[in-house]
Design a protein around this ligand. Structure first.
Ligand SMILES: [Zn+2]
Ligand SMILES: [Zn+2]
Length: 655
């Protein structure tokens, strides 16, 4: 007989790990306990040497599908062990420092789905059905350890039957923190724009589907955020949504049943795997030949469409009765603002945009936008890493300094399309997608997102804070505050150097490299706007080796909104004056006064910024080809240029 203490680190909370260990312990005739310590799991076992060996092997070989084991430590244990059998102990009160956090949200599993469609099941058509293998995690957790009282499920005490399942180690819902049923769990409500309740529970959903079929726009509060939903196949409905949102052309993502997907999109094997994975991201797909038969032309003016499969019970129920091949499912927010998640907030902010509101009474603790991925040159790249991936860390092993890092560091991100990152050792915990932090609400969201990251990783001290070199960003100000609060070192880094380092980290390659940064804008070390940079990484240093030709931006930011300004500035260097004026006038975008003003700015050097941005050159080209004369969303001229080129039959490698 021997006794061992085993410490397991990694994603081992909220994934059915303890019941799994419990079963293994019993199967291998061991005595002892398993205990959740907040960010790791502690096991003490006593038994025959061979049984313990088998037990350890089984932990690795048979672990639950969602668990990720980073490390197993086996220590000798000499204290007396007062157990006659193997048990699950209550969570440790004192949470230890060190690695680990909750897993990301997981889409509804096959078993729960089967139960939800089973008339005889007590959770028949219940949208919040969940078990240890599926359901929300990150979006409901307030702090560690991941126990029900530390989540927004604390508002819903378990009924007798649910409690029985919750306490039964042989049950799929044993210690499933999000489990509930129609008797004890959250409920959905259908409201009109005045806040009047039109229906509750299943009736609300049935009515909601009817309204969608009739062409209404519904705000649907889901698991980690709120979508605006409507049919994808009615022009006037899609246009109504565009007009109300003030989003004239930015493509909408759609949600479709699996069996409808190939009607309107081309789906490769790898794309299928992504679509169906428990992370359920939006996958950008090439439009199929019959796309126009099923979709309004106003969904996407590109040659692609962003598609996701349903990932919660509510989505399946909404799609079930749909007469349309898919729903538009776009984030419920005004452009540039974070998604509305509180019930009052949803009603207040989306009034005038949504006709009806399908909400529920469970709090969304951590807002989390849908993730977006796309296949480029046979590789999958993130356009947005958020729901389904956050807060799972990116782990870097190939850089010695990072591998041996003992410090906790916060990086606050730049300004547009921001995410924050908490670095602990060699683990990089990226926040969910935050957005444009020049807007106050989004800036607040960034600051809250960072606080939450600290909580759910049990981080109390910070040694370093990193921000963008730009002195005027809100995020830079936040970094200064954080550095002061934690008495930490403050570092600022040039935007594209940060991109380059991130790329090295993503690939986990830290060799001498040449890196090309093709971007919209970032504050340069010379005070100019950078964005088309050749960088060299050597001897742990990043250096600017070269860049695109500097171009003037007459009117500053106006150039990003009206790319023809950029074209004019570029051609100003090449063409005779009359030739230039005649050429630009031909586009009918600027009146003569504006034309004169731009020329005046270029002649006199007034209100001119200088930039090496590659984005601005692509914008100018897009304007030159009359593809896009006004930017209505981030990156639009270049994105539409790409779509234009591909629709002419060029592959990615050719252009
Ligand atoms: Zn499940
Ligand atoms: Zn219940």
């Amino acid at each position: 007989m021997e006794t061992k203490k085993i410490v397991v680190k990694g994603v081992v909370q909220g994934v059915g790990f303890r019941p799994f260990i419990y079963r293994l312990g019993r199967e291998n005739n061991l005595k002892g306990y398993v205990k959740n310590m907040g960010n790791y799991v502690e096991i003490v076992v006593s038994g025959e040497e061979e049984d313990i060996r088998n037990f350890l092997r089984d932990i690795r070989d048979k672990k639950p599908p969602l668990a990720q084991i980073e490390k197993i430590e086996v220590l000798d244990y000499s204290l007396p062990l007062p157990y006659r059998t193997f048990v699950i102990e209550n969570s440790g009160g004192k949470v230890e420092k060190g690695g680990g956090t909750v897993p990301p949200d997981v889409s509804i599993c096959e078993e729960c789905l089967r139960e939800m469609w089973d008339r005889k099941n007590r959770r028949y058509r219940y949208p919040f059905i969940a078990c240890t293998n599926c359901g929300p995690r990150f979006t409901i957790v307030k702090r560690l350890p991941y126990d029900r009282e530390n989540t927004s499920m604390a508002d819903f005490p378990l009924c007798e039957e649910c409690l029985r399942e919750y306490r039964d180690p042989r049950d799929r819902r044993f210690h499933a923190q999000a489990t509930c049923c129609p008797r004890c769990g959250p409920q959905v409500y259908l409201l009109d724009s005045e806040g009047e309740v039109l229906g509750e529970g299943d009736r609300a959903i049935v009515e909601g589907v009817k309204l969608l079929n009739e062409g209404s726009i519904l705000a649907v509060k889901g698991i980690g955020g709120t979508h605006l939903a409507c049919r994808c196949d009615m022009d006037h409905v899609v246009l109504k949504l565009r007009e109300r949102l003030g989003r004239p052309t930015q493509p909408f993502a759609v949600m479709s049943k699996e069996e409808n997907l190939e009607l309107f999109a081309e789906v490769g094997e790898e794309e299928w795997a992504l679509l169906k994975s428990p992370r359920r991201p939006i996958v950008v797909l090439k439009k199929g030949r019959d796309y126009n038969r099923y979709f309004s032309e106003h969904i996407s003016n590109l040659d692609t469409v962003g598609v996701m499969l349903p990932y919660s019970g509510l989505h399946y129920l909404l799609l079930e009765g749909s007469e349309a091949p898919a729903y538009v499912m776009t984030s419920g927010n005004l452009p540039g603002h974070p998604m509305a998640i509180g019930n009052d907030e949803i009603l207040h902010k989306l009034r005038g945009i949504a006709d009806y509101f399908l909400i529920h009474n469970r709090e969304i603790v951590n807002r989390c936008d849908d993730s977006v991925v796309k296949r480029v040159n046979n590789r999958v790249v993130f356009l947005r890493r958020s729901r389904g991936y956050v807060p799972e860390p990116v782990v870097v092993v190939n850089h010695r300094d990072i591998r041996e890092n003992r410090e906790n560091i916060i990086a606050v991100g730049p300004e547009i399309n921001s995410t924050a990152c908490l670095i602990k050792g060699n683990r990089f915990y990226l926040s969910q997608h935050i957005g444009n932090t020049s807007k106050y609400e989004t800036f607040k969201y960034l600051s809250e997102g960072i606080e939450r990251l600290l909580k759910i990783t049990n981080t109390r001290d910070i040694q370093g804070v990193v921000c963008d070199l730009h002195p005027g960003y809100n995020s830079t100000r936040l970094a200064r505050e954080l550095a002061e609060r934690f008495d930490a070192e403050l570092y600022s880094i040039q935007h594209h150097k940060a991109h380059a380092y991130a790329l090295l980290g993503d690939e986990d390659i830290f060799q001498d490299s040449i890196i090309i940064a093709i971007d919209g804008l970032g504050y340069g070390e010379d005070g100019k706007i950078w964005g088309g940079e050749i960088l060299r990484y050597r001897d742990k240093r990043m250096e600017r080796m070269g860049h695109l030709e500097e171009q003037f931006m007459p009117g500053g930011d106006l150039c990003t909104e009206y790319p023809l300004r950029m074209l004019m500035a570029i051609l100003y260097k090449r063409l005779e004056r009359e030739e230039l004026v005649e050429f630009i006038r031909g586009y009918n975008v600027f009146d003569d006064r504006t034309l004169e003003l731009i020329l005046f700015q270029l002649d006199r050097g007034i209100n001119l910024q200088e930039t090496t941005s590659c984005g601005r050159v692509l914008d100018a080209l897009s304007a030159m080809l009359s593809i896009c004369q006004r930017k209505t969303y981030d990156g639009e001229p270049a994105i539409r240029l790409e779509g234009f080129v591909r629709s002419r039959g060029y592959s990615e490698r050719e252009y």
